[in-house]
Write a protein that binds this ligand. Structure first.
Ligand code: ADP
Ligand code: MG
Length: 348
């Protein structure tokens, strides 16, 4: 015969057994599911021609292709704001309007503000009001021509970032001939917006590539991304070095893609706002590693126009921003601390 106290002891053993069983089941489920989440998924990727360049987005931790579509919709949205050549864009309409003061979208106001800041800090060597001159050149035309000097001279008289002011979303200029060209910074800004969008969609591992602008979201299966630096004047995807980065922007400005040769002279798309002709400074490319791509894009063009010496000391004065300069002979120069901060591999 079992006494009541013994009965109570047995049933409390039973409860302990059930609790232990439940804990084991939960623990087992946790181990199995965490193991699965570390298993790398096949990435999803899409490549399209947009923003006058090849755009590709690769996502490593989601299989939802609608997120990719959303990223490309953003490219289209921003092209309709920032394009200098698309007649329906906000910037085109602004450039060709007779008004001197206009209300602009928040995105346009923000990018113009950034562009004017870089124009000022480079003392006009980088100048987003270069449009009257840049529209005379077409570097990718089938039969490109060097614009006549009289036209360049006339256009130069309308260049000068000091003629523009932005106050909130109110943009003013001094005469209607003054126009803006955001080509040197728009891709960086757009890459930042795409990254923001991907993060909001729960993506933690991706690479956004807008031509020479690469922006990494997080890392790849716990390891940094290995990003190649294009070798100037070599076939596409031939790299001169590679660098391991997580969550960084890598932007290159070079003279080897949008350019043409006439009578033995190379004409490229980074223009000197003092002369109206391409800069001549013995550089082939400048790559900037930074957190925000808009800064990398602005700085890669700015450092190019400043040249090796001034550009390098400018970069050394900015925290958490690094540069790789390549001269016309292919010699590579790294900014202070770059080789200590990142793992680099130089191709022979
Ligand atoms: P990419 O467009 O190939 O990425 P960049 O970011 O260096 O190259 O920008 C070059 C573009 O910037 C030119 O195509 C033109 O639209 C514009 N630009 C040219 N010269 C200047 C300059 N001195 N300052 C500001 N923008 C410039
Ligand atoms: Mg740029």
């Amino acid at each position: 015969m079992i006494r009541t106290s013994q009965k109570r002891k047995i049933s409390s053993y039973g409860i302990y057994f059930v609790i232990l069983f439940v804990i084991l089941v939960i623990f087992g489920y946790y181990i199995i599911s965490s193991k699965n989440s570390y298993e790398p998924k096949a990435p999803i990727t899409d490549t399209q021609f947009a923003l006058n360049t090849v755009v590709s987005v690769t996502i490593y931790d989601s299989t939802d292709t609608s997120i990719l579509n959303g990223a490309f919709e953003l490219c289209n949205k921003y092209e309709k704001i920032f394009s200098r050549t698309l007649e329906s864009s906000e910037l085109y309409k602004l450039n060709h309007s007779s008004q001197l003061t206009s209300e602009v979208s928040a995105d346009l106001a923000s990018l113009v503000k950034t562009g004017l800041e870089y124009s000022k800090s480079s003392k006009g060597a980088f100048d987003i009001s270069i449009a009257p001159v840049s529209q005379l050149w077409d570097f990718t035309a089938e039969d490109p021509v060097v614009p006549v000097q009289t036209k360049i001279k006339a256009a130069l008289s309308h260049v000068g970032y000091q003629n523009f002011t932005i106050n909130g979303t109110t943009l003013s200029r001094e005469s209607k001939e003054e126009q803006l060209d955001l080509g040197a910074i728009a891709k960086g800004y757009i890459a930042d917006r795409i990254k923001e969008y991907l993060l909001n969609q729960g993506v933690k591992s991706a690479v956004i590539s807008l031509g020479g602008n690469i922006l990494c979201v997080g890392n790849k299966n716990g390891e940094p991304f290995n990003i190649g630096i294009q070798a100037p004047f070599k076939e596409h995807n031939k790299t001169l070095a590679s660098i391991k980065v997580s969550d960084k922007s890598i932007v290159t400005s070079g003279i080897y893609e949008r350019c043409f040769t006439k009578d033995g002279i190379l004409y490229h798309h980074i223009l000197n706002p003092k002369t109206g002709y391409p800069y001549e400074n013995d550089l082939s490319s400048v790559t900037i590693i930074s957190d925000k791509s808009v800064n990398g894009d602005a700085l890669s063009t700015t450092c190019f126009v400043l040249g090796l010496e001034k550009g390098m000391s400018y970069i050394d004065s900015i925290d958490d921003t690094y540069a790789i300069f390549v001269n016309s002979e292919g010699k590579i120069y790294y900014s202070e601390g770059l080789e200590q901060e990142f793992s680099m591999k130089k191709n022979s």
